[in-house]
Design a protein around this ligand. Structure first.
Ligand code: GDP
Length: 311
């Protein structure tokens, strides 16, 4: 189920309460059943869905009991409305919690002018790293920061050309090489050059080759040791489904990334897998990719995201 449809389904489930005459445990179970089914169909991890259901029930049931005890004292309709609101709020809060690592999250990253900050982008090939690098560069540039891009992907033929093309279009200075095959050396050269030129933000695009995972992770660690990034960002394909959890855990172990960008949430992505990566790694999503163009990058915050999804 794609993300927009998930929003509609959740909304319908939550709003179905308004048609119920009695708001009791049975009504709550029925709503939760629909909510959980919609989340599972969108690839949200089954344990997270179960946790959401248990938490909502844990929060709501004692309050429903209180309301039932009062019924007869106040108008029943009023108590019924109150019960609906309690359930709706509990579900909304737990949906927000799904995409919010809260206090467990690493400190937020806010690059400022006058201090060089290095961002290293990691993720599997095809996730949207190169595209997102330029989008991110444009985002910081629009905030008045001096930004440069470094292409450390020596594995994929055409990676440097792609970054070069994107960077040129976005008018962002870039560094890379057609002949150098050592990604550690290239990234260090690029970062050293732009550091000495006092750039505020240097974004390093790394290789994301498939399969040879241990080599990919070794290379990632070596680049990380060489350029000492202030922030490592995992770029995650919004369409990868349940695989997102294991993938994000593996990258977390190898690179201890501090933020996630989920791409391709404009298309037919179910999104739920990527959402599960937040809980799997206690790491916040900071942006989402919503298209192939330069400006198709949206800042991510849990509450507005869920509110928008629910329409
Ligand atoms: P990389 O291998 O991780 O560097 O991935 P690329 O940046 O080359 O992106 C792979 C494909 O995904 C390209 O065709 C991009 O245009 C596309 N892509 C990246 N981000 C988005 C997005 O947010 N939405 C859509 N629809 N396509 C995207």
């Amino acid at each position: 189920m794609v993300l927009q449809d998930l929003g509609k389904r959740l909304n319908t489930a939550i709003n179905s309460l308004t048609q119920q005459s009695a708001i009791d445990e049975q009504a709550l179970d029925a709503v939760l059943k629909s909510v959980c089914a919609a989340l599972l169909e969108s690839d949200v991890n089954v344990l997270l869905v179960k946790r959401l259901r248990d938490k909502v029930k844990g929060k709501v049931l004692p309050q429903l009991e209180e309301i039932q005890a009062k019924q007869g004292q106040d108008a029943d309709a009023m108590q019924g409305n109150k019960a609906k609101q309690i359930i709706q709020k509990a579900i909304y809060d737990e949906l927000v919690a799904l995409v919010d690592p809260g206090d467990a999250a690493p400190p937020a990253f806010n690059p400022v002018k006058g201090k060089t900050q290095v961002i290293m982008m990691v993720g599997l090939q095809g996730a949207g790293k190169t595209t997102t690098c330029t989008k991110l560069a444009t985002h910081y540039q629009r905030r008045g920061l001096k930004v440069a891009l470094v292409c450390a992907d020596t594995f994929r033929a055409g990676a440097f050309d792609q970054l070069k093309q994107n960077a040129t279009k976005a008018k962002v200075p870039f560094f890379g090489s057609y002949t150098e095959t050592d990604p550690v050396s290239i990234s260090l050269q690029g970062v050293t050059k732009f550091r000495s030129e006092r750039f505020d933000v240097i974004i390093v695009d790394t290789s994301g080759r498939h399969r040879q995972e241990s080599e990919l992770f070794d290379e990632m660690r070596q680049i990380q040791d060489a350029v000492e990034p202030n922030m490592v960002v995992l770029v995650l394909d919004g369409a990868i489904g349940q695989a997102a959890e294991a993938q994000s855990r593996a990258f977390k172990e190898a690179s201890n990334f501090g933020a996630i960008i989920v791409t391709k949430l404009d298309g037919h992505a179910k999104g739920g897998g990527a959402i599960s990566a937040v809980a799997a790694t206690n790491t916040p999503i900071i942006f989402i990719g919503t298209g192939e163009h330069l400006h198709d990058l949206e800042k991510f915050s849990p509450q507005p995201f869920i509110s928008k999804m629910l329409g």
